[in-house]
Write a protein that binds this ligand. Structure first.
Ligand SMILES: Nc1ncnc2c1ncn2[C@@H]1O[C@H](COP(=O)(O)OP(=O)(O)OP(=O)(O)O)[C@@H](O)[C@H]1O
Ligand SMILES: [Mg+2]
Length: 279
């Protein structure tokens, strides 16, 4: 257990990482220090090769570092074995990747539900949670389609729904808009921003995209594996995508229960309507 979970969701000190190809070193991070507070919408920018993905992968416990201190949610990531890392990722972190990384033979709903099933939830409950999040990202009507039957923007929304379905405190998104046209990318970033506001989920996003940088509550600029600039500003509130939602600030369990209740009521109404028509 680390010391910084009260103040920082991410706490990095003196982080070093060098890749080796044979005897050739490829330095990626040089003594990087960073603190991210809970609820931040932080964007890591920097040229290709500056170390953005390496940073996200280490924070996400996907890769190890050579030296330094890495605490995420107060947990010492570098001190974990691979089984502990897997469990930590599954219960605490949602990932959104540039290439969506959806399972091609699963429907959108199954892709989102899968992560809940890995967490030990039943298939039925997982499917209900998946429906809830697909609605939140405004593609609830497309849950039956497989990834190859969806546009890039829709696939990335499935990936965002999947990232949120595990109820993580932190979402790491590596170039989430890089494969999208600029309008679709802007919609996606506005959606992520709105989810950050509504649910308080912390986002750490790597991007070259000027629209993403503009949306940043905090912009962290990397060059040659070091932070060269980091500034904060209060961003413009995003245009609302889903008007007002009375359940905005309820905990996940309650939101899902409300969602299931509404679905049951609407099914019952439909059944009653059908019976009346038949009689
Ligand atoms: N598996 C690897 N083997 C060798 N070198 C690597 C490997 N992964 C990354 N690197 C090197 O580490 C440095 C940082 O790479 P990283 O992928 O973190 O950069 P990035 O900022 O994400 O770049 P991009 O914007 O192109 O995605 C680069 O010099 C890169 O060549
Ligand atoms: Mg990268």
């Amino acid at each position: 257990m680390g010391n910084n979970q009260d103040s920082s969701i991410i706490y990095l000190r003196g982080l070093h990482k060098c890749y080796w190809v044979g005897t050739m070193p490829f330095p990626a991070l040089h003594g990087l220090d960073l603190d991210i507070a809970p609820g931040e919408f932080a964007v890591v920018a920097g040229r290709s090769g500056s170390g953005k993905s390496t940073l996200l992968n280490i924070v996400g416990a996907l890769e190890s570092a050579d030296s330094g201190r890495v605490e995420v949610l107060g947990q010492d990531i570098l001190g974990m074995n691979s089984e502990q890392r897997t469990r930590f990722r599954l219960h605490n972190i949602g990932f959104v990747f540039q290439a969506y990384n959806l399972i091609r033979v699963f429907t959108a709903r199954e892709n989102v539900a899968y992560v809940c099933q890995l967490q030990g939830k039943s298939r039925k409950e997982s499917m209900e949670i998946a429906n809830h999040w697909l609605h939140e990202v405004e593609i609830g009507h497309l849950g039956y389609r497989r990834p190859d039957q969806l546009s890039g923007g829709q696939q990335q929304r499935v990936a965002v729904a999947r990232a949120l379905a595990s109820n993580p405190k932190l979402i790491l998104a590596d170039e989430p808009t890089a494969n999208l046209d600029s309008m679709t990318g802007r919609h996606l970033i506005r959606l992520m921003h709105e989810l950050n506001h509504r649910f308080g989920t912390t986002f750490l996003i790597s991007s070259h995209d000027p629209d993403v940088k503009q949306a940043a509550g905090r912009l962290i600029k990397l060059a040659d594996g070091q932070i060269v600039e980091s500034w904060e500003e209060v961003p413009e509130p995003p245009q609302s995508l889903s008007a007002s939602c009375p359940a905005n600030h309820l905990p996940l369990g309650e939101r899902v229960r409300n969602y299931i209740k509404t679905r049951k009521q609407s099914r019952a109404r439909k059944r009653r309507g059908g019976n009346q028509r038949r009689s």
